[in-house]
Design a protein around this ligand. Structure first.
Ligand SMILES: C[S@@+](CC[C@H](N)C(=O)[O-])C[C@H]1O[C@@H](n2cnc3c(N)ncnc32)[C@H](O)[C@@H]1O
Ligand code: SF4
Length: 369
């Protein structure tokens, strides 16, 4: 399958934990940026994508006419049949009835709304500009607009977040009955305000929070299908499943990644250099490589192991990572069931310990010690 991703790098403010290509105060560049997306599409080979994901940044920072224009740009560039799935990301403070009506009219089938936490004391402490009540309003407005499925982004392990606060957030969100939840453990990324302030990840508390979430979400009928993703039956994200299953995708926009013809590429993160490259007829690439051998096999494991139900490893992967697999198995982090490789429950909590064996420099001595 082939997917299409479009990155919208505008945000009202920069959240304190976020290292995505997401810029505040740049909204004046939005029309120019949409023109660049169309020009960039023409630089990629013709594809017939089956899924669309408009992510960010905050796509809902665009005005209603700009959102309509974005979908018109995509339709001109990819005039095939309607997408099987069309996702749009938004934040509570910038989703209003007018924009939601445009999204429904443009065939959006999934809206992903960022909440992170429903704790009104914690929201400003992580740089968010909305309250829990404003999120609930946006959620209900999306339902009224007829968007078929809603996903909610949540985080755990935030500084000052307690188990009670997380439990209350889960109850608050589940009461709205979303089709899908993405739940991420805080990663303190370089170049963020949290990193500058010396915020640290607490792995013990993080694990308790993740365990609590797994129980609560399962009890609510949401299936855990990928390390950070939970869905009602039949509501998994087709677009994201295609990433983990190593399908092809084209990514348009600043920082967007693409994978087709065996080549992985990522675009320039910075807004102006991205625009300048595209406007002079060049791909705005920052990296491009064709993984092979150990690297390609490692990547297969890295992506496939994210799927809770596991994946069928290629003969090359089995062959090249035989000793690593045996060690992970003896540590109880992975298992093989009916020919599928998967993480155990323990492995899901300690995913990074398993994953590091599959990324360069493939330090076998360290791994097997
Ligand atoms: C592309 S981002 C943002 C989409 C949207 N603008 C928003 O704020 O919800 C998708 C999600 O990644 C998560 N995220 C971003 N930075 C993170 C970090 N440093 N650690 C863990 N999760 C993070 C947040 O849950 C965020 O909603
Ligand atoms: S989390 Fe979302 S709103 Fe916050 S800076 Fe990142 S992309 Fe923007």
């Amino acid at each position: 399958m082939t997917g299409l991703y479009a990155h919208i790098p505008f945000c009202s403010v920069k959240c304190f934990y976020c290292d995505f290509a997401a810029y505040s105060g740049q909204g004046a560049l939005a029309d120019r940026y949409l023109a660049a997306l169309e020009a960039e599409a023409a630089l990629h080979p013709a594809i017939a994508p089956e899924t669309l994901y408009v992510g960010g940044g905050t796509p809902s920072e665009l005005t209603a006419p700009q959102i309509a224009n974005l979908f018109a740009v995509i339709k001109r560039a990819y005039p095939g049949p309607a997408f099987r799935e069309s996702t749009f990301e938004g934040n509570p403070e910038s989703l209003d009835a007018e924009k939601l009506a445009v999204l429904a009219a443009c065939g959006v089938t999934r809206l992903s709304i960022g909440l992170q936490t429903a704790d009104d004391a914690l929201l400003p402490a992580i740089g968010r500009r909305h309250t829990a009540a404003e999120f609930a309003e946006a959620f209900k407005a999306a339902r009224r607009a007829g968007i078929p499925a809603i996903s909610v982004d949540l985080m755990y392990g935030l500084p000052g977040q307690t188990l009670d606060s997380l439990r209350a957030t889960l109850d608050f969100v589940l009461a709205l009955d979303p089709e899908h939840i993405s739940l991420y453990g805080l990663q303190v990324e370089d170049r963020t305000l949290f990193a500058k302030r010396g915020v640290e990840e607490d792995s013990d508390l993080g694990r308790s929070m993740f365990e609590l979430s797994l129980e609560r979400l399962a009890a609510a009928g949401l299936e855990h299908y990928e390390i950070s993703n939970f869905a009602k039956p039949g509501r998994r994200s087709l677009h994201n499943l295609n990433y983990w299953e190593r399908g092809d995708y084209v990514g348009l926009g600043a920082s967007a990644a693409s994978y087709y013809g065996g080549v992985r590429a990522s675009n320039e993160h910075r807004l102006k250099p991205y625009l300048e490259a595209i406007e002079t007829g060049r791909r705005a690439l920052s990296e491009s490589e064709e993984p092979s051998g150990r690297e390609a096999a490692g990547e297969e494991a890295l992506l496939g192991l994210r799927l809770v139900e596991g994946f069928e490893p290629s003969a090359r992967l089995r062959e090249l990572f035989r000793p690593e697999w045996a060690v992970l198995k003896s540590r109880g982090l992975v298992a093989e069931r009916n020919g599928l490789w998967k993480l155990t429950r323990e492995g899901i909590f300690l995913g990074n310990e398993a994953f590091r064996l599959f990324v360069p420099p493939f330090d076998r001595e360290e791994a097997l010690a």
